[in-house]
Design a protein around this ligand. Structure first.
Ligand code: FDP
Length: 342
């Protein structure tokens, strides 16, 4: 019997290099950053799969290859990403959700032309319970002059200026999903060979949505617009068939699922006795890179008023209400918030 091979096997390295060929002037720096992030993903994945063993290993005084005692996973992920990228001459500056200030490239290394913001291990409250977690990254061009160390201003750019973004999800399998503005592509880690292989080319969000995702426990603190919107999603108004609810409580996992199935994830602002606050999620590290992915996949993301990608951040750790998913569903949130909350 003759076997036919329906699909080519493409590694993430090959794919990123092929995409670079569309830009004859490209220096290869962005390609290098993306490849190093995929490598960080492999290293972090190899650690997350041993998460439950960390305490056992720690209690026996086990040290890792660098001679350090076993660390918390989010700090390990943070250091892994920084150390893979600090000396390459591709980045001017980095900023991590784990640190209050930007991470300056050490003086002994050259500064490059890109800027990277990352959330090393999002959903970390889930680590101890074997729930999927993720790494999120956003890459911009520097604004400050070439050759110098990057500045805080380099890190405070609106999402529209992003040149690439993505996430790595550590779930039942490990996947890297990224976009450099030419669609969204997903790669699954084959642990037996240690390579990310192209498994989800050209991801587009399905037109027929399946799920809405929100922490409904916070409903008492929502505005009228958000409450009405949730009822609309549930089909209570009778205008549309209700969606099913899925909420993991791990942003990358919730957004990834809805990207595959169609739907909307939201983390709205809440009204508390102290006043209104902007929800929980961070604009620069979480909302903006996922918004870039959503738009590239044909979806949309908003803070309930305007596109997340149009917001000029004032500070690194600023929070924003967040609605992401199918365009019509997110636009409906904007419409109802306008209608009921003014
Ligand atoms: P976590 O606190 O576990 O780090 O950004 C943080 C985040 O997780 C997101 O991953 C997740 O979507 C959200 O918080 C969950 O918050 P709630 O527990 O308030 O629903």
């Amino acid at each position: 019997m003759t076997r036919t091979f329906a699909q080519q096997i493409t590694t993430i390295e090959r794919f990123i290099l092929d995409q670079q060929r569309h830009f004859p002037d490209a220096s290869g720096d962005l390609t290098g950053i993306l490849y190093d992030l995929a490598l960080a993903g492999k290293i972090i994945a190899s650690r997350t799969t041993r998460a439950g063993l960390a305490e056992i290993l720690g209690s026996t005084g086990e040290e890792n290859v660098q001679g350090e005692v076993v660390q918390k996973l989010d700090l390990f992920a943070d250091q892994t990403i920084f150390r893979l990228n600090d000396h390459t001459g591709r980045l001017a500056i980095m900023a991590s959700e784990e640190h209050g200030d930007p991470l300056v490239i050490p003086d002994r290394y050259p500064a490059g032309k890109y800027v990277m913001l990352f959330d090393p291990l999002d959903g970390s409250s889930n680590i101890d319970y074997n729930v999927s977690i993720g790494t999120i990254f956003a890459i911009y061009r520097r604004l400050s002059p070439d050759g110098e160390r990057g500045t805080l201003q380099d890190c405070l750019q609106p999402g529209r200026k992003m040149v690439a973004a993505g996430y790595i999800i550590y779930g039942s399998s490990t996947m890297t999903v990224y976009s450099s503005g030419q669609g969204v592509h997903g790669f699954t880690l084959d642990p037996s060979v240690g390579e990310f292989l192209l498994s989800h080319p050209n991801i587009t969000i399905p037109a027929q949505p399946k799920y809405y995702s929100v922490n409904q426990g916070y409903q008492p603190g929502w505005s009228t617009g958000v409450k009405k919107y949730t009822e609309w999603l549930q089909g209570i108004s009778g205008q549309n068939k209700g969606l099913s609810l899925r909420y993991i409580g791990s942003l990358v996992a919730d957004v990834h699922r809805n990207l595959m199935t169609g739907g909307v994830f939201y983390y709205p602002a809440e009204i508390t006795p102290e006043g209104k606050h902007a929800g929980k999620l961070r604009l620069a590290y979480e909302a903006a890179p996922l918004a870039f992915i959503a738009e590239q996949a044909g979806g949309y993301a908003s803070d309930g008023v305007r596109s997340i990608l149009d917001i000029q951040p004032d500070s690194l750790h600023q929070r924003a209400p967040f609605y992401i998913g199918n365009k019509e569903l997110v636009q409906k949130a904007e419409e109802m918030i306008r209608q009921y909350d003014g």
